[in-house]
Design a protein. Structure first.
Length: 383
């Protein structure tokens, strides 16, 4: 949700016209508005004439994973997770720590691109705060709110996840969303003060990213319903926004960097498509037009790898073109091309063979080379 400051003497009520897709018990949920009210003591969720409470508290169906699920997967928030009853472990699972590294790395790239980062205690401390804001706080907020609005889809695709299985209550989820959001915004404002900004650019970047996260997941816009728009928005959130925050913290955010990182976000679109393959069944039933649903698995997997590879090749070409004009960096371009090669190898070894079965293995194998390419590009722009 768009950030709203809360104070002890006031309550905040957020109204949204949410037309729920369908209930878990084969009848439609009411389309009357849901009311969220937050006062100084606790957060209460009221769902008017719906069976959301019943749905969230439902027992996991027989398709839940075996007791031999991985504790590591549970903490990281990926499939194959062990069933957990500890509330704090469940809270961490909802934030999906496995998704934090790209955001943290984006801050590193932005700091490198600024050309003003120095290995001093002051600069390191500011960069760590920026990483916490981008990763655990705002990415955790994004992942939690996404799971909240995807609870009906998850009840089909992954019914053993914390929310549809009833492992965590409504109030606990909503409280977590607000705490993470407000913590992220507070850190953003603090970073603007530490950077000496006259205009709170980092705070507004965090605010805009939070709004984007909300409209990505929540009705009525729910950008993720459209595979192209939703996945590009996700890619920009994972690549552009943390880079911009890191660069703004230590230097000046310039138009050429904004264009370059938005171009790189097309690769982020491809990465986002990887996550859609595991949700085909639920997306189809709910009418979500993810690219695997709209184009089929065979076509979508080639769109995915094409977006990832062609974007990086284009960025390398831009660097090389600059060199031909007398001001570029051919070695950076060659290094970026060298980092694309292992990604292509793992695409053929895993992803193109079976994008549903090997999605996690592919991302674990190929994405380190992609994010190293981001750093190479950042260093090229800073020198």
């Amino acid at each position: 949700a768009i950030a709203s400051f809360l104070s002890n003497g006031y309550s905040l009520r957020l109204y949204s016209d949410v037309n729920e897709f369908c209930s878990l018990r084969s009848h439609s949920l009411s389309s009357r508005p849901s009311h969220f009210s937050l006062n100084r003591r606790r957060l209460v969720v009221r769902a008017a004439d719906t069976d959301t409470n019943e749905a969230v508290g439902a027992k996991a169906p027989d398709t839940a994973p075996s007791p031999s699920g991985s504790s590591v997967n549970q903490i990281l928030g990926i499939k194959g997770a062990k069933q957990e009853t500890d509330k704090w472990k469940i809270r961490v699972q909802l934030t999906k720590p496995v998704t934090w590294p790209p955001l943290i790395w984006g801050v590193v790239c932005g700091a490198a691109a600024s050309g003003n980062f120095h290995w001093t205690l002051d600069d390191v401390a500011k960069s760590v705060l920026c990483m916490i804001m981008s990763g655990p706080c705002l990415t955790g907020y994004t992942q939690t709110i996404n799971d909240w609005y995807d609870r009906e889809i998850d009840a089909i695709n992954e019914p053993y996840r914390p929310i549809p299985s009833g492992a965590i209550s409504e109030n606990e989820v909503i409280t977590q969303i607000w705490v993470l959001l407000l913590a992220g915004l507070a850190l953003a404002g603090t970073l603007d003060v530490l950077a000496g900004h006259d205009f709170p650019v980092i705070f507004y970047l965090a605010l805009g990213g939070s709004l984007l996260s909300y409209i990505y997941s929540a009705p009525p816009l729910k950008l993720k319903q459209n595979g192209w728009i939703g996945n590009f928005a996700l890619g920009a959130s994972y690549i552009s926004l943390p880079w911009w925050a890191g660069q703004a913290l230590f230097g000046t955010l310039t138009p050429d960097i904004i264009i370059l990182t938005l171009l790189y976000s097309i690769a982020g679109l491809g990465i986002a498509i990887v996550n859609d393959f595991k949700s085909i069944e639920g997306d189809t039933k709910m009418g979500l037009q993810s690219l695997p649903v709209a184009f089929g698995i065979e076509t979508a997997k080639w769109i995915c790898v094409g977006a990832i590879d062609l974007t990086q090749i284009s960025v390398a070409g831009m660097n090389q073109s600059c060199y031909l004009l007398g001001s570029g960096k051919p070695y950076y371009a060659l290094a970026l091309l060298g980092l694309i090669a292992p990604q292509v190898f793992f695409q053929f070894k895993y992803f193109l063979r079976d994008p549903v079965k090997y999605d996690v293995k592919y991302q674990a194998s190929a994405q380190p080379f992609l994010i190293m390419g981001l750093l190479v590009t950042a260093l090229a722009t800073s020198h």
